[in-house]
Design a protein around this ligand. Structure first.
Ligand SMILES: Cc1ncc(COP(=O)(O)O)c(C=O)c1O
Length: 464
């Protein structure tokens, strides 16, 4: 009876497999038949030895065989699919990145000016301290809370530069995991897709509070309050400072007061994610009003900030984590622990974006130019929102009320389209968007509003 031996060689090991007639044509790896040896031989050799055929194949067995393929990211995966589509009418409304009216990426003029300044000064590339650039940290907390906020003067805020919004959230999640073991983070349903990943990876338990009401395509305020009330005392409540992602639905100032009431009553800790300051309304102060309201009540508050959208610094990964504490001593301790957590994760943050922010905010002329550019960007999005609403309402004769589009704020609109309808938007109309029905108006031009209106009306009425 003939038997064959397959020697399978990988760069560091080779595996030998004895194969008898009964297994002919069906090598199976694993179990006792797979033997690894340290021998290294010519992978293409074939030798005959005492009734056995020994063949070596150039097949690498990876040590990573057990690692399954990860699914594409639900937001960034949309851009990949968009790039692969060759149809000219295609429209990418997936990722939340600002585009000009010509649908081109936009670098703010103030950013270019700040970068020129930095070049002229010939600044070096030495490491930053773990907590980041001091001038950035000062600028960012003042921008968030207002320069004359007493908590800053009282040194009650621990601010560390983070790797944009995501990295700052992740750092805070690590702090929660270490110093509030078992504490839950309450997140809105729905929320930005990465929130759950961040808390999962940090091993922080989370649950959802009601936020979106599909019947009104508006805020389920009663549900939100009930769920925050029902959560275990001392939970962290994650709130979007403004321009809620993905719904574009924000509480009113009166509703924010009530949310603060119940959080205070339940001894919860508010945790703000501020990714769109100045980008929602066009005003930095207006968009920070929710955070400032909580701070003015004397509450301890966590705030993650991002400059991806409002300064268009997406790839520079610049943001901050702020912890407003009730004493300067607590703030100092919190800051020391944030640094301790950051050190083994990424050592210290990148300098380029930090210098841009510090230069723009620290220079009165650049600062007012930035505010004007932000108003321009927020204004373009508002115009597109209005035009989309006008186009849909004039084309759709069904009597459906589309006014929710105008009640939303920021770069996103939740269309109310379900997964099948969103699939139709992509498959039939080449409109790329997330499967939850969210579109980024920042990726839309006035010229494309009519086309998008047709796509939404078709998907809404003709697909269930
Ligand atoms: C709600 C929210 N938080 C945080 C972020 C973080 O973005 P980045 O890490 O680019 O600052 C985003 C980006 O889309 C967001 O929408």
């Amino acid at each position: 009876m003939a038997s064959a031996m397959l020697s399978i060689t990988s760069p560091s090991t080779s595996a030998s497999l004895s194969m008898h007639d009964s297994h002919k044509g069906k090598p199976h790896f694993g179990g006792s038949s797979l033997r690894f040896s340290k021998e290294k031989g010519n992978p293409f050799s074939s030798v005959r030895s005492s009734g056995r055929i020994s063949m070596s194949l150039a097949v690498n067995i990876s040590r990573f065989e057990g690692i399954p393929m990860a699914p594409p990211d639900p937001i960034l995966g949309v851009s990949e699919a968009f790039r692969a589509d060759s149809n000219e009418v295609k429209l990418n409304l997936g990722v939340g990145a600002y585009r000009t009216e010509d649908l081109q990426p936009y670098v703010l003029n103030v950013v270019k000016k700040a970068e020129n300044l930095m070049l002229e000064r010939g600044e070096n590339k030495e490491y930053l301290p773990i907590e980041g650039l001091a001038a950035f940290n000062k600028a960012t907390v003042e921008l968030l809370l207002g320069a004359d906020n007493p908590v800053i003067k009282q040194q009650r805020v621990a601010t560390v530069q983070g790797l944009s919004g995501t990295g700052s959230l992740r750092l805070a999640a690590a702090l929660i995991e270490r110093y509030f073991p078992g504490a839950k983070v309450l997140i809105s349903s729905p929320t930005w897709g990465n929130h759950k990943n961040i808390f999962n990876d940090a091993r922080v338990p989370w649950s959802e509070y009601r936020y979106y009401d599909p019947k009104t395509v508006g805020l389920d305020f009663e549900g939100m309050i009930e769920d925050i009330k029902a959560a275990p005392e001392g939970s962290f409540v994650l709130l979007h400072g403004c321009a809620h992602n993905p719904t574009g639905i924000d509480p009113t100032p009166e509703q924010w007061e009530k949310i603060a009431d119940v959080i205070q009553q339940k001894n919860h800790i508010p945790f703000f994610d501020v990714a769109y300051q100045g980008f929602a309304s066009g005003s930095l102060d207006e968009d920070a009003a929710s955070v400032r309201l909580f701070v003015a009540r004397g509450m301890e508050v966590l705030v993650a900030q991002s400059y991806s959208k409002n300064l268009g610094l997406y790839a520079e990964r610049i943001g901050a984590m702020n912890v407003v504490s009730s004493s300067p001593e607590a703030a100092a301790r919190v800051k020391s622990q944030l640094k301790r957590l950051a050190r083994p994760m990424y050592s210290n943050p990148p300098v380029h974006g930090a210098r841009i922010v510090a230069n723009v905010v620290g220079d009165p002329a650049l600062f007012s130019e930035w505010k004007a550019e932000m108003e321009m960007m927020a204004g373009r999005i508002k115009n597109v929102r209005q035009k989309l609403f006008d186009s849909i309402s004039s084309k759709d004769k069904s009597g459906k009320d589309w006014s929710f589009i105008l009640k939303q704020i920021g770069m996103f609109s939740y269309t109310g389209l379900n997964k099948n309808q969103s699939d139709n938007m992509t498959n039939k109309w080449h409109v790329y968007m997330t499967k939850d029905g969210r579109i980024s108006l920042a990726g839309l031009s006035l010229a494309k509003c009519e086309y998008l209106a047709d796509a939404i009306i078709d998907s809404f009425h003709n697909v269930s």
